[in-house]
Design a protein around this ligand. Structure first.
Ligand code: AGP
Length: 613
């Protein structure tokens, strides 16, 4: 997510803007910029950190009591100085900063190019400020109306702030789908993506609602209109949270914030890539490889840790939905094994950070053997993302907690869309089933929200009961086997309790010797296909006095009878269960770790990105 800061008032804007960007650094970013208005609009921006920007421009004229500033988390276009915000309009009389994704930007850009406009960057943001100025000039309307008319054409999410050379006492802000808050001081206004850059100056804030525009004029009352030009009364609230709490949006840890972001992050991983009306999935980043994927001899998925678990879900997805031969390899094993590869193989690397050394090395090996290499990364412009022939970004937003949560469900969502797209291309999924699957996939964000709302109390009860256990077993079959592995990894890496994930049928080949009354066993028992088998596994554990914690489909009765604790998740297609079933396991690991006093966001011995071998 990008960071936005704006200021208008009697003070020098630059120190307030830069301080605001530092307050937003926790959100993660790859470049930063500032625009000041003092006669002319002057834009200063750099790739890298806010400190790099400060060092680079310290000898510039940074005066002006109105300005905007931005930290960029790249979604469209590589992280570099050209794509950094703020962006100028063609006349350089306007500058804009933006947080969000404009889904129809390429259509808008094409129309503007046809009208003779030239673009410096590959961002959707620059398209928007060109459109605003084009409307203002050609339809002879004022800036506010031009913004209203432009935003009426935009499909997607935005939080924007604009300054204008011709209006030195005016800031315009607007939002839809991305957060924007206005701080009201004494004869001064502050604007930001969240309250962290504002709270040290004022506690009076107004949270803009979707499709609202704020017209912020020096020495005047704040004015709010809708993009349809309807006046709205600003609802002024008093900030209660302190700075630290604000950075986590009020959650005690980044991990819990990111678990709760999953309805949005899974939605964002689909945003602009799926049309229910037309029955289309379109992953732009790999559009040129759909045919190659459909005719591939084999898909090999490589990754580490949680990303490897997502890849294992991918194996079941590709085999089940697109009947493609698929293997999943630990990148660290693959790279040293001298694997047999050919140009008919496609290697897909999954990596949240895009910087994992083993995964990058495995990709380099695959490329050297002639395979096509694709990537599924969360960090735009990361090393792995740039090294692959093509790929899809997960758009989960920065993941700060070391334990990966929203990145995992976003990775699985991308893999699901890939498998559906290839299956549809190959004809292994008929049209009616395809439409049925797309509709169910579109309902997953709401089902995640439902799980988050309904299961936490039960999870807390279970966590309190088992927080002092020394070992856990996680069991699942089919699509739920990777979920069992992921649930075990979540628990062990943040609570330091030893936990193992197993295919449920493997119990009788050894692990059942571990079962006694001290052993909690988490069973993901939602399967339709092998449900009866899972029920038998549960009874085998029960017979040996194991404690059963079951994840079941709403309304389940059979598993409930043999379980000590039951967590229900909504009904969905079997291939979509991994996204839903993982949520309560993330919460269980989180709450046990908190009850054990562990450092949830930075567990001992772990790094967020393992860039060393
Ligand atoms: C997951 O919770 C861990 N933090 C770790 O296993 C992680 O998934 C692994 O290091 C891979 O990282 P990547 O996705 O950034 O490549």
């Amino acid at each position: 997510m990008c960071g936005i800061v704006g200021y208008i008032g009697p003070r020098q804007a630059y120190p307030i803007l830069i301080n605001g960007l530092h307050r937003l650094e926790y959100r993660g970013y790859d470049s930063a910029g500032v625009a000041l208005l003092n006669g002319n609009v002057r834009v200063f921006k750099r790739q890298g950190k806010v400190n790099d920007l400060e060092d680079a421009i310290k000898s510039e004229d940074l005066t002006g009591n109105i300005g905007i500033a931005h930290t960029r988390w790249a979604t469209h276009g590589e992280p570099n100085i050209t794509n950094a915000h703020p962006h100028y309009s063609p006349s350089e009389k306007l500058a804009i900063i933006h947080n969000g994704i404009i889904e129809n930007y390429s259509t808008l850009k094409e129309e503007l190019i046809n009208r003779g406009y030239i673009f410096q960057s590959t961002t959707d943001t620059e398209v928007l400020i060109h459109l605003i100025e084009d409307i203002m000039v050609n339809e002879k309307v004022d800036l506010v109306e031009a913004v209203q008319l432009a935003l009426s054409q935009v499909i997607g999410a935005y939080a924007i702030v604009i300054i204008s050379k011709d209006h030195p006492d005016l800031l315009i802000a607007a939002k839809k789908g991305s957060p924007l808050v206005i701080g009201i001081g004494e004869d001064e206004f502050f604007i930001a993506s969240d309250a962290t850059p504002i709270v040290e100056y004022t506690k009076k804030v107004v949270y803009l609602e979707d499709e609202e525009i704020a017209i912020i004029e020096r020495n005047k009352e704040l004015k709010i209109k809708t993009i349809k030009n309807k006046d709205k009364n600003p609802y002024i609230q008093k900030l209660e949270l302190n700075l630290t709490a604000l950075e986590k949006s009020g959650y005690p840890h980044f991990m819990l914030k990111e678990i709760n972001e999953q309805p949005n992050s899974v939605h964002d991983s689909m945003r602009g890539r799926m049309s229910l009306k037309n029955g289309i999935i379109s992953l732009g980043g790999i559009i040129d490889y759909v045919q190659k994927l459909a005719s591939a001899n084999r898909i090999i998925i490589i990754g580490c840790g949680t990303s490897w678990h997502a890849g294992l879900v991918g194996e079941y997805l590709f085999e089940d939905l697109s009947r493609t031969n698929c293997e999943v390899e630990y990148a660290s094993e693959f790279r040293y094994r001298n694997p047999v590869l050919s140009e008919n193989d496609i290697v897909i690397a999954i990596s949240q950070s895009g910087e994992t050394a083993d995964t990058l090395a495995a990709l380099q090996l695959a490329k050297s053997k002639g395979a096509t290499i694709l990537g599924i990364c969360n960090v735009v412009g990361s090393t792995i993302a740039r090294f692959t022939d093509a790929g899809s970004y997960t758009h989960a937003g920065p993941e700060i907690g070391v334990a990966s949560t929203k990145a995992f469900t976003a990775q699985v969502t991308i893999l699901t869309m890939m498998a559906l797209m290839i299956g549809h291309q190959k004809g292994t999924i008929n049209k009616s089933k395809y439409i049925q699957y797309l509709n169910e996939l579109s309902r997953i964000p709401d089902k995640i929200k439902e799980i988050l709302e309904k299961t936490e109390e039960k999870v807390l009860e279970i966590a309190a009961h088992f927080k002092d256990s020394h070992n856990f077993l996680y069991l699942g079959r089919g699509y739920n086997y990777p979920v069992a592995l992921e649930g075990a990894l979540k628990l062990k890496e943040i609570s330091y309790i030893h936990a193992e994930g197993y295919p449920a049928a493997e119990m009788k080949h050894g692990p059942i010797a571990l079962i006694d009354e001290e052993m909690p066993v988490v069973v993901i028992a939602t399967n339709r296909g092998t449900y009866d088998k899972v029920v038998s596994n549960i009874q085998e554990v029960k017979a040996r006095k194991g404690k059963i914690i079951s994840i079941v489909t709403e309304g389940d009765t059979m598993v409930r009878e043999s379980s000590d604790y039951v967590i229900e998740i909504p009904e969905t297609e079997e291939f979509l269960v991994p996204i839903l079933a993982t949520i309560p396991l993330q919460l269980l690991a989180y709450h046990i770790a908190v009850m054990r006093g562990c450092n949830v966001d930075q567990p001992r011995n772990l790094a967020k990105s393992v860039t060393v071998e």
